[in-house]
Write a protein of this length. Sequence first.
Length: 279
Amino acid sequence: MTLTRREAVELLERHGLQPSRALGQNFLVDPNTVRRIVRLAGVGRGEPVVEIGAGLGSLTLALAEAGAQVTAIEIDRYLLPALREITAPLAVTVVEADAMTLDWAALLAAHPRWSLVANLPYNVATPLVCDLLDEVPAIDRMLVMVQREVGERLAAAPGTSAYGIPSLKVAYWATATVVGRVPPTVFLPQPKVESALVRIERRPTPAVAADPERLFALVRAAFGQRRKMLRRSLAGVVAPGAFEQAAIRPEARPEELGIEAWGRLTDAVQHAEAADGPG
């Protein structure tokens, strides 16, 4: 139970709607792809699932068909009548909200653990995933469809060209894997880029014990000059002895360090500051 391309076109016409470029709307209109997403998400019967950017409800229908308790979030008030028409026969909760400013604690209060399954708008995918990992611990699993390059960055390993701050943010909180690719032809309208399906699973505890604010302050400083060696990009921030204490080459570049190495460096900087004392 989901929407075909023809049904999606008819639904848009019936409500006098067109996809909004400003909101990054590319609606999924291929039933096989939608069912594949639900299967990869591993959604079980009765499981609470939140969907961001429900759009015309194609993925919403498939999640409900799998037995999930779906809370569907949609920012576009013009789309809501169409979404509600499609989901009316089902036990789906439709919420008009901006996922970037939503009171997540209130929305998810009914259950301690949630899965997120979503076709995320390309323009907000990275900050949204990072914010949810930072601030919404109730979401412990995600299966998100994003632009392929974004997906590769979220799941990138150290030493690769895609590796950067988003990769480290995800690695601190979770594990991430690209589990599939999706061609432009399954969307209405068709985007100009390929998409990727990324599975993100929250760790029971962060990957390292280092203070996250200190850790990501170092990460941002280093990746702000990612072509430079760490001893140069972090000059004045990290004392030379801290590199040795953390077993990190000062000649390394930021993309060479995994989350464990960044944790060691953060601890070494903190210990050096404590040893120096106030003033």
